[in-house]
Design a protein around this ligand. Structure first.
Ligand code: AHR
Length: 512
């Protein structure tokens, strides 16, 4: 049995839990849109063709914002193709994913879907094949009330009220040679700056996201952020981060420590952004938008043979997630919470079918993947302030990240709502861990509930025929002795424990 401990104090906080931390991502890729969120003719579809079973799961997941329409797709997209009467919309070759794009789902449908799902839309403009003019046109079409050709066109298309999209990504992964219209940092920085300036002339209150590196392993990582921010620092609110994790060469210990890699990535981008601020003598502290993150078994995917025949909505990267993956995803979300002083937006990539927490079959069922559960539980429970804990746990060496902690703990304290939530993970594959939590600085608490994702079979997954093979289970061995919390974490587990002042009425976590 491994032993660890932590101290929590309500006065020591990192910052508030950002609503946008529980974002996700819908790209025109594979079956995320078509037969994912949109499938006219499906038995659960509404009058707009939105799948009701998927919408129910999106709401249950607790997603707060959704980035759209890509991803690599955004870098070749003409947004005008996706608005207006469906019969007049062009069919296009999507060069990003070698797919036929029918454009039967576009901007106005996405906004309608987002309202129905009760999520905030986050749009990406095309800075690959297009530039300032198309971005400003899209903004005017979306957000201008009326009285111009573009805004009146939106009204004719059925959207009388402006879409009022507040947060915009200035392109996608523009540092990546695979990107349509890939740019050097200098080229992208200038274009992002001019696009941001023009968009702000239309609405200075927009929140704008500049592209950071596609991942921390890019040869230009660091230099890219620095050079881009030298250009665009004053005009943007966020710099983006993307990261996908998978076991490499069977190295499960490093995979389990992915959250450590994510933490270091965040720290490096914060340092780079703050160095740019220092050079400019600026007090501004840029926020981070971790707008693509997940487990992705990317080494199993060969984009060159994915869809040789330009089919619409092919099956692309429909990874089936295991218990191991769910524990990693729960841990990554804990890192995002702990870093939420600077990470103010994040998007689990993607939402449905494509490396997604939700799966659906054409004409068939929709179900929750294993990774759905830690995300949904965290989104439902994390409220108020993220606490700045002191943690002492055993460690182990890993090939990728050196010595890494075998456990992690993050806690949120919602003083008005009266709940303290402790999220914990045990990364040991074979040993349980006891955690002793010192909660002496809080008023008298009681345990409201405790659950965990774990299983004897680390490869267990949810499928169409067995959709609830892996679900959160009650966590046994949770005790509160005075102000000392005692947790027993099974090997390879992710857990959430909710406590409340003992005189407060018990209540379930409410949807955000
Ligand atoms: O989410 C899949 C792809 O991963 C996105 O299109 C791209 O931005 C990233 O490389």
């Amino acid at each position: 049995m491994l032993d660890g401990s932590f101290v929590a104090h309500p006065g020591f906080t990192v910052g508030s839990v950002p609503a946008r931390l529980f974002g996700s991502f819908v790209e025109h890729m594979g079956r995320c849109v078509y037969t994912g969120i949109y499938e006219p003719g499906h038995t659960s579809a509404d009058g707009d063709g939105f799948r009701g079973d998927v919408l129910d799961l999106v709401r249950e997941l607790g997603v707060t914002s959704v980035r759209y329409p890509g991803g690599n797709f955004a870098s070749g997209y003409r947004w005008e193709d996706g608005v207006g009467p469906r019969e007049g919309r062009p069919q296009r070759l999507d060069l990003a994913w070698h797919t036929l794009e029918t454009n039967q789902f576009g901007l106005d449908e996405f906004i309608r879907w987002a309202r129905r799902a009760d999520v905030e839309p986050m749009l990406a403009v095309n800075l690959g094949t297009r530039g300032v003019a198309a971005a400003v046109d899209l903004l005017e079409y979306s957000n201008h009330p009326s009285g111009t050709t573009l805004s009146d066109r939106r009204i004719v298309h059925g959207a009388a009220d402006p879409h009022d999209v507040r947060i915009w990504c200035l392109g996608n992964e523009m540092d990546g040679p695979w990107q349509i219209g890939h740019k050097t940092a200098g080229e992208y920085g200038r274009l992002a700056m001019e696009t941001a300036k023009a968009m702000r002339r239309l609405d200075p209150t927009l929140e704008l996201v500049a592209c950071g590196s596609s991942h921390a392993g890019m040869p230009t990582f660091g230099a890219w952020e620095s050079q881009v921010l030298e250009e665009v620092f004053d005009e943007v609110d966020f710099i983006s981060l993307h990261a996908y994790y998978e076991p490499i060469d069977g190295d499960v210990a490093s995979f389990l420590a992915s959250a450590v890699g994510m933490d270091r990535f965040i720290a490096s981008v914060v340092a780079t952004a703050d160095a740019v601020a220092a050079r400019r003598r600026s007090p501004k502290r840029l926020s981070l938008s971790f707008d693509e993150w997940n487990v992705w078994y990317a080494r199993r995917f060969d984009p060159t043979v994915a869809t040789p025949d330009w089919r619409p909505a092919p099956r692309l990267i429909e990874d089936e997630y295991s218990v191991l993956d769910a524990v990693v995803v729960g841990g990554l979300l804990m890192t995002l919470l702990r870093r939420s002083d600077r990470v103010r937006a994040a998007s689990l990539a993607q939402l449905v079918n494509v490396i997604a927490p939700i799966r659906s079959e054409p004409g068939g069922p929709a179900w929750r993947q294993t990774i759905f559960h830690p995300f949904a539980q965290t989104a439902a429970r994390a409220r108020g302030q993220v606490l700045d804990l002191r943690l002492s746990v055993p460690s182990q060496p890993t090939r990728r990240y050196g010595e890494t902690p075998l456990a992690d703990v993050v806690a949120t304290w919602d003083e008005p709502g009266g709940s303290l939530v402790v999220f914990a993970t045990n990364r040991s594959l074979d040993e349980p861990m006891t955690l002793a939590g010192d909660l002496g600085a809080f008023a008298r608490l009681e345990v409201v509930d405790a659950l965990a994702v774990y299983d004897d079979d680390q490869n267990a997954s949810n499928t169409a025929s067995d959709p609830d093979r892996v679900i959160p289970r009650r966590l046994e061995g949770v005790e509160l002795h005075g102000s000392r919390l005692h947790l027993e974490l099974p090997p390879l587990s992710w857990a959430a424990v909710t406590l409340a002042p003992s005189d407060a009425p018990r209540r379930d976590a409410e949807p955000r």
